[in-house]
Design a binder for this molecule. Sequence first.
Ligand code: RFL
Ligand code: PHB
Length: 389
Amino acid sequence: MKTRVCIIGAGPAGLLLGHLLRAEGVECVVIERQTPDYILGRIRAGVLEEITVSLMARLGLDARLRAEGLPHGGFNLADGERLIRIDIADLTGKQVVVYGQTELTRDLMAAREERGLEVVYEAADVALHDVESDAPFVTYTKDGTEHRVDARFVVGCDGFHGPSRKAIPAGVAKEYLREYPFGWLGILADVPPCNHELIYANHERGFALASMRSESRSRYYVDVPLTDRVEEWSDERLWDELAIRLGPEAAAHMTRGPAIEKSIAPLRSYVFAPMRHGSLLLCGDAAHIVPPTGAKGLNLAASDVHYAAEALTGYFRRNDAEAIAAYSDTALARVWKSERFSWSLTRLMHRFPEDGPFERAMQVAELDYIASSRAAQTAIAENYVGLPV
Ligand code: RFL
Ligand code: PHB
């Protein structure tokens, strides 16, 4: 098969990019290892920035998002008894939308046929070839047959474990990594949320987050040592722990219920640079990971895709290669700012095992400052709602 852009991975980044290119008349195909059901079974991000919402709107695929998404004009930082509300609407004039990654992906998947976006699911042994040349190609096997896709560009949207990043030689790349000494244990349950806005809590027993997917579906997290296994956390133990860490006010409004999903995700900060090598561009988790504190992962994937779509459209419609050449620098400038925000909010809201009284005093001082300063709240709100693209 011959096409202009071969996209690897049909997560949110790959599907968004595919739809944006199709909307501009740029021929492309998406190659994905898993089945649609497998992808929709993954419970991940829940908070959308304006960039993500606006890309869905530009595609005209935002009907359900508008109808079912919950606009949030604020969120809360809790520290012991204290609750600091960050009024993002008042401080920035913008808001975020609570709408699950699963639902966003479902909307993008559902529009494939109508928009003529070709996605090959269950493609095994995906491999990239000749990415340094102007004629790269991708091979894969499906149903026992080997296939080859020739393209002008390959875009790696294949997440942290995909093959795309590995196709860039170590000699030209640099990796930045920070691992955290805990993971987030998440629970999804069909119970109403304990609060109408998100609460990020720093308790002496550890971090907790109260989030949601809808008025009747809640998502909660606590941080746990990396050695903990999900089986050690019965629903009851987890609800008890959430009630303690989120504080008496939230606990009083918390409805318990059986877990629909429960899993532990490790936390890391990771950046791979450059995000382009020859004819290969990387987008989303394929190039970077943020800890979930701040809800940046999916939104960063969306901003990468925005830059990549602009660059590829410019190349095919106006014969303009400049934005392709600048793609890595453009995307990384925003990536690093989100990395910084996610890292600093993680630092502020978690109890690190190596921390002593000094580090705790620094957290208290920073939270005091945030509570009393509109400037500090604005800085947080501006980052939370999403920096401009
Ligand atoms: P994805 O969603 O990982 O999609 C990548 C796609 O590539 C496919 N793939 C391959 N395809 C072909 N051949 C191969 N060899 C392939 N290898 C992989 C995969 O099957 C998949 O379909 O990356 P993308 O599109 O860049 O989107 C990024 C977001 O998914 C990610 O940033 C966020 O979900 C991160 N994240 C969270 N972000 C938040 O903002 N809030 C959260 O609560 C949150 N929770 C999470 C998360 C990420 C997690 N991971 C990756 C372990 C929880 C988890 C468990
Ligand atoms: C979620 O609802 O899954 C969620 C919300 C906010 C975060 C992380 C995860 O910062």
